[in-house]
Write a protein that binds this ligand. Structure first.
Ligand code: FES
Ligand SMILES: [Fe+2]
Length: 397
């Protein structure tokens, strides 16, 4: 079925026109001689732009939702969000996973409410339409009286989405049928990630989940900035050779590498990874909203979920080889501190970006990844979804 994207196009034209007007009218107080593609004031507080990002960035992206530890038995489910769209992934009777929009087909009510849970069927709390684990609409109370006997029940099943279990563990979802397969999505990182043995890592006993007064792109910019690390996370300077940072970006992924100091060893005795992988840390990014920090013995994932132009949720988990709760707590506390150092900084930037008169400066070499991500986001925002973006099978992954 061909979709009509005229409304999004009009929204985009309005955003571009208004941004141009703001830019022109507020020009001149700050006069940057060099061009900059870094995040600009009107990109963090424009609600129309935010709405467009929910369609054009998140409508065509793979987003990390959780992991298979929560999806062991038939009927186990996890819920999550792809931009503004709630989704649910459920373990099927045949052992496969299926993903759906977590919305009833009658009104927008949610169907699964816990971050992770178990169900026999999905019964809507509003008017009790009930769906099977495979998404089929099983029953409508008093269907004959409410709709008549000819109601096409078979056409009102849950709306399926694409689901990918990556590295035998991590669950990703995608609304678009046209987006590349997940392996292509993360192609530059794939060969190395296939070697980490992520399926052998276990989830640490708690996660970090907090909401901050920041725009999701402001966190993306910070997360792809290798320049601030030496100053904002000073305590890490003794374990990393900061000045030997290597910045890489390609396609939808980026990678900032810092070699470890001689006395800091995160190799966990492994010899099946390259010298570079064993002797340093990668801070990476997977478009549009995931920061993975992989090591030989653990994987940290930090996801930023957009809630509003000035509100984002930061959700972090650590997966690793150690069962030691004390060690897990130490590492989780360390991650919490790093997240706080970043979000404190970004919160301050956000407040100052409320001024339309300000213009940001050019990216340094070590902000190349951030620059790359800002360009990808703007490219997607400027590109309408395919007329048949949502046509085609969901089971090709
Ligand atoms: S909203 Fe689900 S049955 Fe009405
Ligand atoms: Fe940081």
């Amino acid at each position: 079925m061909l979709a009509d994207h005229t409304a999004e196009q009009a929204l985009h034209e309005r955003v571009v026109r208004r941004q141009g007007e703001w830019e022109r009218e507020s020009r001149g107080l700050v006069d940057p001689p060099l061009p900059s593609d870094m995040l600009q004031p009107w990109e963090v507080w424009d609600k129309d732009l935010f709405d467009l990002e929910m369609v054009r960035v998140f409508g065509r992206s793979w987003v990390w939702l959780g992991d298979t530890e929560d999806l062991q038995k038939t009927g186990d489910y996890i819920t999550g969000n792809i931009g503004a769209q709630p989704v649910v992934v459920i373990r099927q009777e045949d052992g496969s996973l299926k993903g759906f929009l977590n919305n009833c087909r009658h009104r927008a009510a949610g169907l699964a409410f816990k971050p992770a849970g178990h169900c026999k069927a999905l019964a809507c709390p509003y008017h009790a339409w009930t769906y099977g684990l495979d998404g089929r609409l099983l029953s409508i109370p008093d269907m004959d009286r409410m709709y008549g006997p000819d109601f096409p029940k078979e056409d009102y099943g849950l709306v399926p989405i694409r689901v990918k279990v990556a590295f035998g563990k991590l669950v990703f979802g995608c609304l678009s049928r046209k987006a590349p397969q997940f392996e292509d999505w993360i192609a530059p990182l794939l060969p190395r990630y296939e070697k980490y043995k992520i399926h052998t890592f276990k989830r640490y006993h708690r996660e970090l989940d907090e909401t901050f007064p920041i725009n999701w792109k402001a966190f993306v910019e910070n997360s792809n900035d290798d320049y601030h690390v030496r100053f904002v996370h000073r305590r890490l300077n003794k374990v990393r050779k900061q000045m030997d940072t290597i910045v890489r970006f390609e396609g939808r992924t980026t990678s900032g590498y810092k070699p470890h100091s001689a006395n800091f060893d995160m190799s966990a005795g492994r010899t099946d990874l390259s010298e570079e992988d064993l002797r340093g840390s990668y801070a990476e990014f997977v478009y549009p909203n995931l920061t993975p920090l992989p090591y030989a013995s653990q994987l940290i994932l930090v996801r930023v979920d957009p809630i509003a132009p000035d509100r984002s949720r930061l959700f972090s988990r650590i997966y690793g080889l150690s069962d030691d709760l004390e060690l897990q707590n130490r590492e989780l506390d360390g991650l919490e501190l790093t997240n706080k150092e970043d979000t404190d900084m970004v919160t301050q930037l956000m407040e100052n970006l409320r001024s339309p008169f300000y213009r940001v400066g050019p990216p340094s070499t070590w902000e190349g990844r951030a620059h790359h991500m800002m360009r990808l986001i703007r490219r997607d925002v400027a590109t309408p979804l395919d007329p048949d973006e949502f046509d085609g099978p969901v089971d090709k992954d």
